[in-house]
Design a protein around this ligand. Structure first.
Ligand SMILES: [Zn+2]
Length: 373
């Protein structure tokens, strides 16, 4: 009936209004009672999207189990652009506290590179990388800390990441045996070190941190930087940032080249100096100066003269020969999710790039892949 209908409509609209009104009161009370709530909502709406060209090609993360914090070690005006161009962070926070989103929410950013936590490697496939414009031994500016706190709280909630899994890059980076360290080691870099200190974590609202390094405990790695280790797990981490800044001594900066297990034979040097007993193994790969790429065992069968090997020959020890990239054989089909692992090598026309350097949108057919098992 028209009347009844009219009354129903009237009642309904009244009820709706009342409910809307109550909702507004509740929301208002929440905002008033909890200024953080309002601030967070405000901050998340203020994320500035900078579309990295890498968004076109990067795959999705396999999972989101970690948030890795970095310091850029440079505050020059070009830093943000460089990060965006290379897709080396998911988010960036500048000195004024502005937050930028570089990759889309679930896409891989290549920020951690060679990394390991509790036996899991190549954490870029499992982590959100946040770059803070600043230095590893200095507390970020108050607006940066506030923005980072807001961003963390919203990401931790969205992905179910606990405080213990919000860790600095230096805590998960590791180095392969090289000129300075005979064993695989923790302490390759100090990136983001300040975010392991009690003061920084308090500012960021992080309630806990890892109590020990699971990869050291399992003897997968050894300590290569005692000072860093004390900041991450010892008493130094509880000191004020000013003391940390004063105490920090420059660590040996290992270049990625030293990590790269490809060495070039120089005059007078023998293969034994590089490859030792492994010189004729199938996991020792020779990049001959004529452009051929051969495994040690193949060269042995060919009666190759290992004694008078030409200078300029490059040798990679401990790699699996993955063969050529073709239209059908993509890097992903050869090495799966390790396509962007820094231990995966791409060789094109004698040039070697690591998985984290490779331009993923364009890996030429004919590129040879080497990878670690
Ligand atoms: Zn870093």
């Amino acid at each position: 009936m028209p009347d009844g209908t009219m009354r129903d409509d009237f009642d309904n609209s009244l009820r709706m209004d009342r409910r809307g009104f109550i909702m507004r009161i509740v929301a208002g009370a929440l905002v008033a009672a909890c200024p953080l709530f309002a601030k967070e909502a405000e901050a998340s709406s203020r994320i500035i999207d900078i579309r990295s060209p890498k968004r076109r090609t990067r795959p999705r993360r396999a999972s989101t189990r970690f948030i890795i914090l970095h310091t850029t070690e440079s505050v020059s005006p070009g830093t943000l652009d460089t990060i965006a161009r290379r897709g080396t962070a998911s988010y960036v926070i500048d000195q004024g506290g502005k937050t930028y989103r570089i990759m889309s929410r679930t896409q891989v950013s290549i920020g951690a590179g060679r990394s390991m936590w509790n036996g899991l490697t190549n954490l870029d496939n499992h982590a959100i990388n946040i770059e803070v414009l600043g230095y590893h031994d200095r507390l970020p500016s108050p607006p940066q800390l506030a923005s980072l706190r807001n961003l963390l709280s919203s990401l931790m909630r969205s992905y179910g990441v606990s405080s213990r899994r919000v860790i600095p890059h230096s805590q998960v980076a590791y180095g392969r045996p090289n000129r300075w360290h005979r064993r695989s080691h923790r302490g390759r870099k100090r990136c983001g070190m300040i975010f392991a200190t009690a003061t920084a974590r308090k500012h960021l609202g992080l309630s806990s941190k890892p109590g020990y390094d699971p990869d050291l405990r399992a003897r997968r790695l050894v300590v290569a930087d005692d000072y860093l280790h004390d900041v991450l797990y010892g008493k130094i981490g509880d000191l004020e940032p000013a003391v940390i800044t004063a105490q920090a001594t420059p660590a040996i900066q290992e270049s990625e080249d030293e990590d790269l297990a490809v060495r070039t034979l120089e005059t007078g040097q023998t293969v034994w100096e590089y490859a030792g007993d492994e010189y004729a193994q199938e996991t020792t790969i020779y990049l001959l100066s004529d452009g051929r790429i051969r495994r040690g065992d193949e060269l042995l069968l060919e009666n190759f003269d290992f004694q008078s090997i030409p200078q300029g020959t490059r040798i990679a020890v401990g790699y699996v020969y993955g063969g050529y990239v073709t239209k059908e054989r993509t890097p992903y089909s050869i090495v799966g999710k390790n396509w962007n692992n820094p231990d995966t090598l791409y060789i094109t026309d004698g040039k070697i790039l690591t998985g984290d350097e490779v331009r993923d949108e364009k890996i030429p057919v004919g590129t040879v892949l080497l990878f670690r098992r």
